[in-house]
Structure formats: C-alpha cells, structure tokens
Design a binder for this molecule. Structure first.
Ligand code: M6R
Length: 616
C-alpha cells in the first residue's frame, strides 16, 4: 500500500523517481506525486495528481521542473482522506522547504494535528501524513541536521510508517524512516536509492540493503548511514537481488497478470529447484529450526490472508496426511484477536507473497510473544515477515506485480508441500521412497501447468460467452474446495462480479438455493482415484444441472462419468489428488483475467485494491 521512491546520485532525479514509481504503481494508484529539492530557490519543486501515474505524467508535461539529482516520489493507496489532489503526496512544510511521502498510518495524528493547529500551523489536507512535515519543520529549528530531526520526529509517532523526506536546504541527502512498513536501500555507484521494494531501483542496481524495525537511513551519493530512532548505529543486512529489470516488466504482454500466469511452470520449477538432491533428502536452506525443534512440534497453525490463506487451506490436507500433525488454517486478521492456544510446541506457518502484509506480520509477532516458533513462506527476499521469522522457505517465483496473485499462489502451495515432506522426513513418518514418489510427481507439475496454459483458448472463449453474467459459483471438495474459493476471489477482484466458492458437500445446506436458470457453476472434480469423493461430486453436478445451472466441469483425463452432465468440460492432466490444485487453478485464473479484460477493467490494478496490504 503506497509506493515510495527516494534518490540521490548523478542522474536526472525526476526520471529516476518516475521510473521507480511506475514499477511500484501496483502498490497503490489513487494518486502520484514527486518532490525535488531546488537549492536555487531553497524550496521544493513538486507535482502531484489524483488517479494513476498517467495523470501525473500529464501534469509534468505542463510543468517546468528543475534539473536535480535528488528527489522523492509517491504512489498512493488512500487511508486517511479521499483520493484527491489535495490529499496526494508529497506534503510540504508551509515555507516550501521540506517534503515528505508516507506509507502506513500515523495512529496519533489527531492529537498531533490539534497540537500543530493550536501552535498556528495551517494543515491543508485530510491526511494523517501532513502532521509529520510540520513536526519536522518545527524540529529543524532546534535540530539542524535532517537525519537528527527525523529521528526526533519519529519518537513522537505511533502506528506504522515508512517516511521519506527531502529538504531544499540540504539537497544532497534524502532521509527515510521505517516502523512496520517496508523500506529498502539500493546501493549504486555514486548513487543511492530508497524504495518500498527493490523494483523501485532494479533498473540501476541489484545490490540492496534490508532495513530493520525502527530505523532511520540517510543516503547521499556516496554514503548510507543507518541508526535506530535514538541515533545509535544499527545493523543491516545486504543482499543481491536474484532477478533483473526484465522480470519486473511486461515483456510484450498486455498485462502483468497474463505474464505471471504464463510464468507459472517456471515459478513452480524454481520453488522446487535445489531442494531435493541426489542424496534423496530434502534440503531447505533457510530452515533455521533444528530437527529436534521440528520433532517437538505438536500443532501447526497456518496464518495468511486472501489467496495466501487458500494456499494454506490446500496445504492443510497434505501436511496432516503426510505428517499426522494437527494443522489449522486461520486468517491472520482473526488469529491474534481470538486468544489462540499456542505454546513452544506450536509451529506457526505464515504465508505471504509480499512478506509485508500487516495482518500477517502482526499475527506472527503475537505468535512469537506466545513463544511459538514461526516459519514463513515468502516470495520477497528481505521483506519484514521472513526477517521476523525463525525460519523461512522462499518461493523464488520472481516478482509478482499484478495485484491478483497467480504464480504466488501456486508456488506457495509447492513451498508448503516441501515443508510437509521435510517434516515427514525429519520425524521419520514417511519412508524415503514415499517422499521420492511425491517429489517425482511434483517435478512433473510444470509440464501439467504448461498444458493448462496451452489449452487456455477454450477458457477464453467461455469467458466471451459469459461476458454478461453477473454471478458465478465455484464448487469443490477436499483440496478442490480452496481452489473453488480462489476461483471466486479472482473473479471478484478482477471482474467485480458476485462470485462464491463452496465446499460441494455444503450445497444442500443452503447454497443450492442460489441455483437458477443459466447460472454458471464451475465444479472441480477430484481425481477418480478418490472414488467416493468423485462419485459424490458427480451427484452434485447432476443436482445443480437439474435446477438449471450451466455446468463448467474441471475433470481429469479419462473421467467419463462427468461427460453427460457437463455443459463445458475442461480437461485436467492426471495428477495425484493432492497436486490437483496446481493444475485446476490455472483455467480459473485465465477465466477471470479474460473476463475482466472483456469488461474493460484494469486487470493489473483492480479498483480499490493494492498489492501489498501494509495497513491492518
Ligand atoms: O502478500 P500476501 O501474500 O501476504 O498477500 C495476501 C493477500 O492480500 C493477497 O493474496 C490478495 O488476496 C490478492 N490480491 C489475491 O489475488
């Protein structure tokens, strides 16, 4: 939520900042803005505009901005204050000397605002952010160096924030601060960068530095200084980004989502890569929990939000089946408010593509306070959730830019499966040859996913036929149930349609009342090897078809039982039951993406959403 860029170097700052904002726009697109310190006037030159960055481009085309080599920028997902020009960032001090951009929520802003107004400040916006720049302006009267003054201001703020400041009287430095919201540093040659994530500067450098909690960073062309809020030097971790700028670009696709759907065979292969060697043993490089600690686990709780939580629901079936450890799945936003029973023997598994989702972050902090061990499954190196976890399994799926998660979901399921098998290996509840057979099936999956992509035209045609529909249902059983939930979520967020996923067994307990003439119902049929489940769902298909539903049936090759009852039949490759979600989800993603495109929606940036939800 909100993308932030800061730059000090030798290039045209406006170009660098706008380039960074374009790659961060997926984080929020309610408004965009830039601020450049202009030493010739002692004031900030700025431009901002509500709406997508294209609107800001329009403003910049009409504005003369100074040629500076320092600048900051912002793309907004609105929390406090409507998404209009006035509330767009940057926010400036009254004398025009200072500018700030912010991601997060200043929880005590009302008190601070009242204090500032009583002292005679005039605040122009409805945002929580604006108080910060006025506090800084006052602080600079007492504390002249920008970084010192920022530290003093941070001591007064409550809530979650990444803040980045520029000062027209100290134009050679940009200062950032973070608490609970992301900020990374990019180290270049004679230039340094700040960004909400590395895509802000990936075009110029792949050398990055993670900042810790409650830290302030000051960058100049040639230096980076990091301290805590008290000014004590702070430790940081440097890392090399293992993907390049082409991964963060559309590469000829109309939408990032289409590219990311197509990248799924590769993403799954990358998640598996190097984790199961010739030794016949699984190796998880950042599994910092010892075998003894893993043998001690008597309960697993998976916490996540949205699509990641559905990956967790899929994983529950496999983990319990393979390890016999009880496994619960819980929405991160609910977890810490219900007094869950956890202790040192509980393994909390946090799944997050971005590694920054605030609900998940708060949940893992709570779990660790209760002494649980936390393992995260994450796609974003250097992000907060893995940093605050006892162990991590990175998915290595490459950057996911489209707001709707696709390759993130598939790679999360695979990473969870690696965890389940690793636990089974450590605890000795699966023979080596059993693990080997599952790994062999997993390694064949990229080909199965590729087949679903190759056969996507059938689904695209179906989307065209159903373009006028207003309501779509999804049914599944066992691991097909979370697939149904995921299919419905994709359709809601992209096509803005009423869509619901149900466990097919629940049909008769209420949802069947929704069935009316012509309503499209996708049904994920378990492999025939699960004969009881397969038979039961075939009955469900008959029941809904008899009541007028248009049935769109996803069934494996050779399952002919479904043929008489399928208005549309989407064939899936034969895979073991637990792996079916990895192929069955793909046509549902293609369907939602295609339908949204046909409806004229912005597929990558659906309304009201943002990629990383960094507020609770
Ligand atoms: O970055 P995370 O995996 O923690 O994000 C969790 C959800 O916000 C995310 O999966 C969301 O539901 C997606 N927009 C779904 O496509």
């Amino acid at each position: 939520m909100c993308g932030i860029v800061g730059y000090v170097g030798h290039r045209n700052a406006l170009d660098v900042v706008m380039g960074g904002l374009r790659r961060l726009e997926y984080r929020g697109y309610d408004s965009g803005g830039v601020a450049l310190p202009d030493p010739s006037t002692g004031r900030i030159a700025w431009a901002k505009k509500a709406g997508k960055l294209a609107n800001l481009d329009g403003v910049l085309a009409e504005t003369t901005m100074p040629e500076t080599t320092t600048g900051i920028g912002h793309t907004r997902w609105a929390t406090h204050g409507a998404p209009n020009d006035r509330n767009a960032h940057p926010h400036l001090s009254e004398d025009g000397r200072l500018a700030v951009v912010h991601n997060g929520i200043i929880e005590n802003f009302a008190v601070l605002r009242a204090e500032l107004e009583a002292a005679g400040h005039e605040l122009l916006s409805e945002t929580d952010t604006e108080v910060v720049v006025h506090l800084l302006s006052d602080e600079l009267q007492r504390t002249p160096a920008l970084d010192d003054a920022v530290r003093a201001v941070c001591q007064r703020l409550e809530g979650a924030f990444t803040l980045v400041f520029t000062d027209a009287r100290q134009p050679d430095v940009v200062v950032g601060a973070r608490r609970n919201s992301p900020l990374v540093v990019g180290r270049g040659d004679g230039e340094n960068f700040l960004g909400s994530d590395v895509s802000a500067f990936i075009e110029f450098t792949r050398e990055a530095v993670e900042l810790g909690q409650d830290q302030v960073v000051a960058i100049t062309r040639d230096s980076m200084t990091v301290t805590d809020f008290d000014g004590a030097p702070a430790e940081t971790t440097s890392y090399h980004v293992d993907w390049d700028v082409s991964a963060a670009e559309k590469g000829g696709y109309d939408w990032f989502m289409l590219k990311e759907i197509d990248e799924q065979p590769q993403a799954v292969a990358e998640t598996l890569l190097g984790r199961y060697g010739r030794s016949g043993r699984l190796q998880l490089d950042e599994m910092r929990l010892s075998d003894d600690e893993l043998r001690d686990v008597d309960k697993i709780i998976i916490i996540a939000c949205g699509t990641a939580s559905y990956a967790g629901l899929v994983a529950k079936y496999a983990i319990e089946h393979w390890t016999r450890i009880p496994c619960e799945v819980e929405l991160a936003s609910e977890f810490r408010y219900r007094d869950p029973i956890i202790d040192r023997s509980t393994l909390v598994v946090a799944i997050s593509q971005s590694g920054e989702t605030m609900d998940t972050l708060m949940a893992i902090r709570y779990a660790r306070q209760q002494r649980a061990r936390v393992l995260s499954i994450c796609n974003t190196n250097g992000s907060t959730i893995p940093r605050e976890s006892d162990a991590v399994i990175y998915t290595h799926a490459g950057p996911e830019v489209a707001v709707a998660s696709t390759k993130g979901f598939l790679s999360q399921i695979v990473a969870c499966y690696l965890l389940g098998l690793y636990l089974a290996q450590v605890r000795g509840v699966k023979y080596g040859d059993e693990i080997d057979a599952i790994m062999a099936a997993l390694e064949k999956l990229p080909a199965g996913i590729q087949r679903m992509l190759d056969e996507g035209e059938q689904v695209r045609k179906l989307a065209a036929e159903l373009v006028d529909t207003r309501s779509v249902l999804f049914l599944g059983r066992h691991v097909g149930y979370p697939v149904a939930l995921e299919g419905a979520l994709k359709l809601k967020e992209l096509a803005y349609l009423h869509a619901e996923g149900f466990a097919a067994g629940e049909l008769k307990h209420g949802p069947i009342a929704l069935i009316e003439d012509g309503i499209p119902v996708f049904v994920v049929v378990p492999p025939k090897a699960r004969d009881q489940l397969q038979e039961k769902i075939v009955s469900n298909i008959q029941e809904i078809r008899a009541r007028g539903a248009l049935t769109i049936v996803l069934a494996e090759d050779g399952d002919d039982d479904v043929v008489p009852y399928a208005d549309h039949l989407i064939r899936l490759p034969k895979v073991p039951t637990l792996l079916q979600p990895l192929v069955a989800t793909v046509p549902l993603q293609i369907f939602a993406c295609e339908l949204a495109g046909l409806l004229g929606h912005d597929v990558d940036q659906p309304r009201n959403l943002a990629k990383s939800v960094t507020v609770e």
